[in-house]
Design a protein around this ligand. Structure first.
Ligand code: ZN
Length: 157
């Protein structure tokens, strides 16, 4: 399967709030294909994660690269966040050429459904927590440049 086309700013899809995924959809063949194509696209483009809006789909789905391979987050919700936050470098496949420092919660608990429709509660910290917060932001139309420390990048209207 060819890799998916990644949309970039200022495409308005990146600013939309994505829709919750209906539980019945998770078990369909098309959905499995989509998740697999997103995982491949993320790996080929060397991304740490990829959210569905970045491939033009306004649904609450993201894939994240972990040391055990891609993990799939369906309807993810952050249920706990540490008070402590830390700065770290971020970039985004939808915002080519821009990198910046973003403050994120150090440790979070995320509840989501995996590709098999199983409910998962995962505690993440460090880079994994950062990537999850970045991807979940995408599902709400939020981009890392909105939260970037220091100089704000001016977007063309
Ligand atoms: Zn991104």
């Amino acid at each position: 399967m060819p890799i998916l086309k990644i949309i970039t700013i200022p495409n308005p899809i990146l600013r939309k709030k994505s829709k919750e995924i209906n539980f019945k959809e998770i078990n369909t063949r098309d959905f499995a294909k989509l998740v697999s194509a997103m995982g491949k696209t993320m790996i080929k483009t060397d991304g740490a994660g990829l959210a569905a809006p970045q491939i033009g789909k306004s649904i609450r789905l993201a894939v994240i690269n972990s040391k055990d391979g891609p993990i799939c987050l369906i309807n993810p919700k952050i249920t706990r966040k540490s008070w402590a936050r830390e700065l770290g470098q971020e970039g985004c496949l939808s915002i080519p050429g821009i990198f910046g420092q973003v403050k994120r919660h150090k440790k979070i608990t995320v509840a989501y459904y995996n590709q098999a429709g199983k409910k998962i509660k995962q505690v993440a910290q460090g880079l994994m927590a950062r990537v999850m917060q970045h991807e979940i932001d995408h599902l709400d139309g939020i981009l890392f440049i909105d939260k970037m420390a220091g100089k704000k990048i001016k977007q063309h209207e």
